[in-house]
Design a protein around this ligand. Structure first.
Ligand SMILES: Nc1ncnc2c1ncn2[C@@H]1O[C@H](COP(=O)(O)OP(=O)(O)OP(=O)(O)O)[C@@H](O)[C@H]1O
Ligand SMILES: [Mg+2]
Length: 334
């Protein structure tokens, strides 16, 4: 156990909110425990201290404390859902150009204060387009994870109200949150409001939502990131595009990318000598999401059979099964 003096010093630094002093005393405690032969405890303490230090460094890099844990309350709770993802860019299989553009957004966000000091604004309004299962929603998680920001998912269906004027008021609540709580705000399935078309009886209200949305994003000057995603870019109104700082297009994976995604997903479950390249070719046409599902199915099967690895044949079978599950109209339209 730490000495009485150490405990008092720890408490004092906590009360003074002196993180550096707190960690330095914690380090002394670890050294003290190591000397007394409590090697395992000392090691655990050191690991905890290192993790705390790297989190502090990350915060300093962001130029501010992380946004306080926030739970939307009241009416806002029905409009946005919050999560705190830990996803990283390294988890994604994407083209180099998409990777570079995402890395640029993250860089600009990390240096947003310096950018603002020069009267400029970081990229913060991003439109993601592409077929289902190509990583648009995942990208929003990755941006939040890389910047240690909360991810707020805006429920578009919650915004659409049959009462005139109510929609604009709800959208205002959402954009107040965008201004007040720094985070990544995802407007998923954005075509629901940004579409040129729509059911005739809905058109009026949807048009109003889109117009309010466009006004809000045009005028907002927050440090949050507003991400909109759609797999129907052809339905988007032209006025929508120019309001975004970046439009990133996602594609279905090519065979090499399928192979990379499979490999990452299978991890230690892959049999040695797996021919990834030919699996990637065989699975051509599947999305990343479908490839991930097939890999998971094969792994589950192995677990149930009490086996520690999946063979090439088994994985190929899971992929073929996924291919057969695709609705024919999707195959025809892509
Ligand atoms: N580029 C990618 N790299 C690695 N894994 C991916 C990628 N894209 C998708 N996945 C996997 O597929 C899952 C689903 O992807 P995601 O929800 O991001 O697709 P989406 O583009 O938003 O699709 P939709 O248009 O249907 O909403 C992810 O959680 C991840 O497991
Ligand atoms: Mg999605």
């Amino acid at each position: 156990m730490a000495s009485a003096e150490q405990l008092k010093a720890l408490l004092r630094s906590f009360v003074d909110r002196d993180d550096a002093q707190f960690l330095s005393i914690a380090m002394q405690v670890a050294a003290y425990e190591a000397k007394r032969g409590h090697g395992k405890l000392a090691e655990e303490l050191k690991e905890m201290i290192d993790a705390a230090k790297s989190r502090r460094a990350g915060r300093e890099l962001l130029g501010r404390d992380p946004t306080p844990i926030s739970r939307p309350r009241g009416e806002l709770a029905g409009l946005i859902a919050v999560s705190y993802p830990h996803d990283t860019l390294a988890m994604m299989v994407i083209s180099e150009s998409v990777r570079e553009r995402l890395a640029r957004i993250i860089r600009e966000q990390r240096h947003f204060q310096r950018i603002r000091e020069h009267g400029l604004s970081p990229r913060r309004r991003i439109l993601l387009t592409g077929p289902p299962g190509t990583g648009k929603t995942l990208t929003a998680s990755v941006l939040a994870g890389e910047m240690s920001l909360p991810l707020f998912l805006v429920r578009l269906e919650g915004l659409i109200s049959k009462y005139l004027g109510e929609t604009a008021a709800k959208l205002r609540l959402v954009f107040d949150a965008v201004r007040d709580t720094r985070g990544v705000y995802l407007f998923d399935e954005f075509d629901a409001i940004a579409s040129k078309r729509g059911l005739p009886n809905e058109v009026g209200e949807i048009r109003r939502i889109l117009n309010s949305f466009l006004q809000f994003i045009e005028h907002e000057e927050s440090n949050s990131l507003v991400v909109a995603a759609t797999n129907h870019p052809e339905l988007l109104d032209h006025a929508v595009y120019r309001r975004f700082d970046d439009v990133i297009e996602y594609q279905l994976p090519n065979p090499a990318q399928i192979a990379a995604a499979l490999r990452a997903r299978m991890r230690e479950f892959a049999d040695k000598g797996m021919d990834w390249q030919s699996l990637g070719t065989e699975a051509g046409g599947l999305s990343y999401a479908e490839v991930a599902r097939a890999a998971d199915e094969a792994i589950k099967e192995a677990i149930i059979r009490d086996r520690s690895v999946v063979s090439q044949t088994e994985l190929a079978r899971a992929l073929t099964e996924r291919l057969a599950m695709r609705p024919t109209q999707i195959l025809r339209s892509t």
